[in-house]
Design a protein around this ligand. Structure first.
Ligand SMILES: *Cc1c(COP(=O)(O)O)cnc(C)c1O
Length: 376
């Protein structure tokens, strides 16, 4: 069986994990955590980068940081992971879903304005498949209405919009290092990016259980105490050590994934030209990171048949999100603004093909041949 995913592993992860175990500080913000955080601050270009136990936690911290209150509204696509919505629902917010663009599967920036009400607090664009949302348009609307922007960049490490890294446009950005993402901190992990300087101080406090421990460690206060709401949002240093091994090989991983993506794209182009499948679109001014290779087929029935065909030939293809607005919790906590022209239709047509660091060329050729045989 060709698996859908393999957690990335390069070379030095073992060595760093062991070093962290013997460093006398395995808790958060240890030697490796600090190395990773400065790497992100430097390479992404942001005021502050804080490692968290997951992207879900980074999103939850964001909701606390922008003071989401019960009945506030938060605008996002329905075609996303549950955490994008849950982080705000936990604070009592109502989710307002807008339709996606069929080309990138990202929220349609032209539909945001009609979803804004006096209760709107924030916009949460999701960079699906590591392909950037139209950030200029989104930021312009947010500024005009005084809204916060929190980028769900879980899948977007190393991608750029107009040569600037994802997660650095909004007030806040969230990344994931889950083992299904391009880089992992050993299974679970995340990162909060803070671009609005004014939020840095409070982010450090919220992350440290609501206590001003960071100030204490820096010698700014002589004892620390409870000063705000908070929780335990630090990533342990053993996980950060695994991640450090991956950051050393950041370009190897990125170019390997992009090469797999390009090979799929080229080999599948004849099928796309003949109208059997549609291929992903990368808009001008955007670079991506090969996080995902998906194809879109005619409809749900064809997808079910093709997934079965792949499976019987030893290939693990999978579909993706069931739109949140049609789920049980989505109906309780959210509403869809406008018409669902593309969200349901496009999500039902989508199949994700195996994509991971080290996926062999021959396997991609085999997968494409099996897809070709389904149609021709
Ligand atoms: C993976 C993912 C998350 C959640 O990441 P965790 O680190 O598993 O919490 C959130 N949003 C999107 C879009 C994702 O792909």
């Amino acid at each position: 069986m060709i698996p859908f995913n393999r957690p990335p592993y390069t070379e030095n992860e073992d060595q760093y994990v062991v070093a962290s175990m013997h460093s006398n500080k395995m808790s958060g913000d240890g030697v490796f955590g600090k190395k990773c955080q400065s790497w992100f601050e430097q390479h992404l270009g942001c005021s502050k980068a804080l490692l968290t136990p997951s992207c879900t936690h980074a999103l939850e911290m964001s909701a606390l940081l922008i003071n989401v209150q019960p009945d506030d509204e938060v605008i996002m696509p329905s075609y996303t992971f549950v955490s994008t919505a849950n982080a705000f629902v936990l604070r009592g917010a109502k989710i307002v879903f807008v339709d996606i663009r069929p080309d990138t599967m990202n929220l349609d920036e032209t539909l945001i304005e009609t979803a804004i009400t006096p209760k709107t607090k924030a916009i949460v664009p999701v960079h699906y498949a590591g392909v950037p949302c139209e950030m200029d348009g989104i930021m312009t609307i947010a500024e005009r209405y005084g809204l916060h922007v929190i980028e769900d960049a879980a899948q977007g490490m190393m991608s750029c919009y107009k040569q600037k890294r994802l997660g650095t446009f909004g007030h806040l950005g969230a990344y994931s290092f889950h083992e299904t993402k391009n880089y992992t901190s050993g299974g679970e992990g995340g990162l909060l990016i803070i671009n609005d300087e004014k939020l840095v101080h409070r982010a450090e406090i919220i992350r440290e259980k609501g206590a001003n421990r960071c100030q204490y460690f820096r010698g700014e206060v002589d004892k620390y105490s409870w000063v705000d709401v908070g929780s335990s949002y630090l990533l342990n240093d053993i996980s950060a050590a695994y991640l450090w091994g991956q950051l050393e090989k950041v370009n190897d991983i990125n170019s390997d994934r992009l090469a797999s993506w390009a090979l799929y794209y080229n080999l599948l182009s004849p099928l796309a030209e003949n109208g059997y499948v549609s291929l992903p679109v990368i808009p001008d001014d955007c670079t991506h990171n090969g996080h995902m290779f998906y194809i879109k087929v005619k409809d749900l029935d064809e997808r079910t048949a093709l997934l079965q065909h792949l499976k019987s030939n030893g290939i693990m293809g999978i579909f993706h999100y069931v739109p949140l607005h049609s789920s049980k919790a989505g109906k309780i906590f959210g509403r869809f603004n406008g018409t669902d022209k593309f969200t349901t239709k496009e999500s039902e047509r989508l199949i994700r093909l195996p994509a991971y660091y080290g996926l062999e060329r021959g396997k991609i050729e085999y997968i494409v041949e099996i897809i070709r045989r389904f149609y021709c």
